[in-house]
Each structure stands twice: as structure tokens, then as C-alpha cells.
Unconditional design. Structure first.
Length: 119
């Protein structure tokens, strides 16, 4: 599996960005997908997650109401729409894929994309 993130960059406080994560190698629709982030000197934290069929979605309290995770199984892509960005959202954002069954667990990480929120 290969995960390739894009869409990061520099944005002013209050601005918006949309991250994309392109998935290839296996059947995307079988994987739960998540976005994590890691700020300098901090541990990696879960930002948002979406199950394989998109029925269940969860967010970190710090981003609820501002970020939206979505997926397009026809395009093998998961998105993170980030609105009302704050300086504390500055971090490297990582895409994460997880497949589990009764006999197998497979997890994969993307290489990360930098998001910087600053005036």
C-alpha cells in the first residue's frame, strides 16, 4: 500500500486548507482511514477517522466543528477539510490506513504533509 498526502502549506489564521491522501496498492474500500498530526516536540495525535464505508466518523475535540473528514472510494482518496485554522493546528499531517479481520491486521502511514498556520 502506498499513501501520498498533498494539500499542505502555509495559511493565515482563520483560513482553510484541504488535505488529500491518495491510496494505492490494495482495495481502498476495505480500509478504515485516519488523519494524524504531529507538532514539533509533541506526540503524534489522532485528528479524525472514518470507517471503510464512511458510516462512522470521529474527531479530536480540538478540531470538532472546524475539520471534516471524508472519503471517495471511487477515487481511492480520503480528504481532510480544515476550516478556521489556528496557529496550534501547525503540524505535519499524516494519513493512516488500517485493515483488520479475524486473521489479519495491516496498517500503513503516509509520508506526511506540513501545515503551517501563521500570519
Amino acid at each position: 500500500v502506498q499513501l501520498v498526502e498533498s494539500g499542505g502549506g502555509l495559511v493565515q489564521p482563520g483560513g482553510s486548507l484541504r488535505l488529500s491522501c491518495a491510496f494505492s496498492g490494495f482495495t481502498f474500500s476495505q480500509y478504515d482511514m485516519s488523519w494524524y498530526r504531529q507538532a514539533p516536540g509533541k506526540e503524534r495525535e489522532l485528528v479524525a477517522s472514518i470507517t471503510s464505508a464512511g458510516r462512522d466518523i470521529d474527531y479530536a475535540d480540538s478540531v470538532k466543528g472546524r475539520f471534516t473528514i471524508s472519503r471517495d472510494n471511487a477515487k481511492n482518496t480520503v480528504y481532510l477539510q480544515m476550516n478556521s485554522l489556528k496557529p496550534e493546528d501547525t503540524a505535519v499531517y499524516y494519513c493512516y490506513a488500517r485493515y483488520s479481520s479475524s486473521w489479519s491486521l495491516k496498517t500503513y502511514w503516509g509520508q506526511g504533509t506540513q501545515v503551517t498556520v501563521s500570519s
